[in-house]
Design a protein around this ligand. Sequence first.
Ligand code: COA
Length: 365
Amino acid sequence: MNTAATHPKGLEGVVAADTRLSDVRGEEGVLVYAGYNINELAGHVSFEEVVHLLHKGHLPNRAELDALKKTLAASRPLPEGVMRILHELPSSTPPMHALRTGVSALGCFDPEAEDDSMEAQHRKALRLIAQVPVITAAFHRMRSGKPVVAPDSSLGEAANFLHMIDDEKPSKEKEQTLDLCYVLHADHGMNASTFSARVTIATLSDMYSAITTAIGTLKGPLHGGANEGVIKMLQEIGSPAGVDAYVDNALAHKQKIMGIGHRVYKTLDPRAPHLRAMAQKLSQKIGEPKWIEMSDRIARLMYEKKHLNANVDFYSATVYYSLGIPTDLFTPIFAIARTAGWTAHILEQLSENRLIRPQSNYIGP
Ligand code: COA
């Protein structure tokens, strides 16, 4: 039997759900969030507006946006017990492990954790969007031996995260840059972590379990972890003069270049140009244009040699680096933004649930 035809490896091309949330059109290089092309949203709406769009199906009016921002800001403080658990973690804990543990712990302290009414699910979704960044920032301060910075309810999501990391109010430019990164990372069809979140919630498990699953899935270098791999690669290459030899050597040894290639996009990832523009501006600004020069050369070589394009992780690495964000927080930032999409997919899955339970093809004795 030709098994590739009935169950392609890695489920490539298999449709696992209907969704109103986002559409990834791989052949055209188009990404749509709930009816809006990403290019219409990027630079025009805030992350909070995208949260509303994904959760409610339409962009908010002024009153709806104010109410959402107020709810998110009020939901930020973590339960004392979660803070204690984070304090107990070794300072060497990779932040994605701490985030996964923190989200799992949130479920232990939320009296509504097992409340499966849709009203409670919506409340938990917003709490998670508000608390995932706070766990990330709080653990980062703890591991650095610095006091945790209290959330500032006057700040939006991106600004508050930067404030909690650095203990200072970010510049407008920094805030807008991170906000745009959040917008670009908020959702992306049936990517691996979203699929895993939907599989977990489809068993009628709980919201915290589903987000914990998703964080574990995002962490891998073939998914969200690629952004950390990109900056490590650029640091290893060191200067634009080293790029050609590095790429040739990697390809000769069948090693993957992080941030390049995509399962669905067969042309340019529409998020990449937005990130590239930010990366170019910021790397000039910090006086280190070599990051964008190396990146552009790698992207060009990979297109020429393998016909592969840069994906969302490729230029976001230089953006985060230029903002002064530590490398191992790059993937947690992806998780912060994607919690918007994960929770929206969980709510959608619950609204028309059927257990996700595929088959396997037995090839044993
Ligand atoms: N560097 C070098 N070669 C790559 C590559 C990369 N980043 N991505 C894909 N290829 C090559 C493969 O080696 C393979 O070549 P072959 O046919 O000669 O064996 C071909 O392209 C198909 O790749 P494959 O890994 O089978 O595609 P996939 O759809 O399973 O994988 C990714 C998609 C994203 C996992 C893959 O492109 C990758 O590993 N990229 C690097 C990690 C990354 O940036 N992840 C973030 C994704 S948003």
